[in-house]
Each structure stands twice: as C-alpha cells, then as structure tokens.
Design a protein around this ligand. Sequence first.
Ligand SMILES: NC(=O)c1ccc[n+]([C@@H]2O[C@H](COP(=O)([O-])OP(=O)(O)OC[C@H]3O[C@@H](n4cnc5c(N)ncnc54)[C@H](O)[C@@H]3O)[C@@H](O)[C@H]2O)c1
Length: 271
Amino acid sequence: MANAISRQMFQLDGRVAAVTGAGSGLGRVFARALGLYGAAVICTDIASAGNEETAAIVTGAGGKARTFIVDVADEAAVDALAADIRKRENRVDVLVNNAGISTGKDLLHELPVEKWDRVMAVNLRGVFLCMRALLPFMLAQRRGSIINLSSIAGLVGVDPQIPAVSSNYSAAKAGVIGLTREAAAEYGGHGIRVNAIAPGWHLGTKLGRQPSIKANPEMMKAFVERLRRDTPLARTGEPEELAGLAIYLASDASSFVTGQVIAHDGGWTAW
Ligand SMILES: NC(=O)c1ccc[n+]([C@@H]2O[C@H](COP(=O)([O-])OP(=O)(O)OC[C@H]3O[C@@H](n4cnc5c(N)ncnc54)[C@H](O)[C@@H]3O)[C@@H](O)[C@H]2O)c1
C-alpha cells in the first residue's frame, strides 16, 4: 500500500462499486458519493423506479452507473447479480450492503414470527448472500472494501418509548456486526477490508418514517424532540452526512481499517 499522503487517496477512479438498496435513502447517498469520487456504480434494489432514478442522478452528475434488480434475500437473485457482473464489469472493488427493512414497533412477546423471518432474511441473510456472491471478485483482485450497514440498534438497546425499533431489527443489525468482524478476520490476508457503519437517527429516508407517527404531526414533533434530547449533537442526522464516511471506508484513505463498526450517530452511543 502506497504511503504517500495525497488527495488521491480518496479517489475511486477505475473501481467498481455495488450498492444494495440504492433506490432510496442512504443507499442513494452512497451511490451518489461513490460515483462522484470516480467509481462505476452498480445500483441494485428490489424496486425499479427509485433505483433507475439513483442511477440517473449519478450519471447526471458526470459519474458512471447502471442498475440491476435484486431481492438480496433471494439466493438465486443474488447469484444472478454476480453472474451479470461477471459478464459485464468482471470486477467489484466496493460492496455496500445497505438494503434493509424495519417492521416498526412490536414488543418481543407480540412480534409475529413472519416479521422476525423477513427482517432476518433481508437485513442479515441478504448481507451474507451478497458478500458470499461478490467476494470471489475481490479474492481474484486481492483487493476490496465491504461496507455493511448495521445500526445503533445493533450496538445498544433503544428505549421502547421511542416507537421505531424492534428486537428483530436489533438482532439482525447485531448479527451484521458479527458477520463483519469474522469476514474481516477471514479475508484480511487477501487484501479485503470489511467494516460496518452503525447509523443513528437519519430522518428523511423511507425507513425512518413510521406511518403511525408520521400521520400525527404532534407525535412526530415529540418523536424528533426526544431524539434530539438524547443526542449529544442535539439533532438528527441528514442522510447526506454519511457520504464522507462511505468515501473514507471505500477508498485507500482507510487502507489499515478493517473489522470496525463506526457509529454515525451524533454521539447517541457515547453517553
Ligand atoms: N435511516 C436511518 O436512520 C438508519 C439508521 C440505522 C440503520 N439504517 C440502515 O441503513 C440502510 C438504509 O436504510 P434507509 O433509511 O435508507 O431505508 P430506505 O427504506 O429509505 O431504503 C432502503 C432501500 O432498500 C431497498 N430494499 C428493501 N428490501 C430489499 C431487498 N430485499 N432487496 C433489495 N433491496 C431492498 C428498498 O427498496 C429501499 O430502496 C438499512 O439497512 C437500514 O437498516 C438506517
């Protein structure tokens, strides 16, 4: 690894980045940021419209992007993504496992098994399947950076008075941390780095919007106020604020960083 200090260390020119859940929210931010720094972005999502829009935003800003529709929980669909990449780019330098869902608030003893299973399938199995399918490209290149989306809910419990997080979500996000650390250990010797981002409250995405709260402006105001009160930086995050961390982890700027979980939470987990 070159030890020169230069602005180039953040550049991703000539690299290929796959982003899951790129059609909305944080995934769109990751695709835009990676595209801006020179990566050719493969935007993937279970839904087409938002995903096409993300790719158009990346190319509209002068970047390179294409799309692929995939349900990350579906083994055959993820394998089809890998086969398509093999035919087209035949390389993957960066993988952002961002696709994720939440089923809102259910106390554990009332949580339907179907909600447990679907959240595990998308938020944990999906990360496993995408890593499993795309790691061979990185192994062949002896280089790669994988960024997995965990959550502060994977690090700490969340007060049940804040009606947004359930045990299925927290368990899956904690699982992502285990997956990240083990993969970092298994593939560090191959030049592949694996890190996790644990975002705090970034409103303005689809996930952050709880229908029951959103429908009631008073409840929404109280919800946001509560989040502000419990955050050292005294506010919620903007999705775009994650761009810098994504560029850092994707690029050579973080060349000696692997197996880490970086909370992006305004200090939520600091007190
Ligand atoms: N927004 C936050 O504050 C926050 C906080 C902590 C963690 N996260 C995590 O960040 C990631 C992105 O969340 P977001 O807030 O942008 O949510 P979002 O709902 O706005 O976006 C998620 C995207 O994933 C896609 N998706 C859902 N299921 C999929 C599947 N099975 N296969 C492929 N794509 C699928 C959706 O179509 C959507 O485009 C998630 O993993 C989420 O758990 C977000």
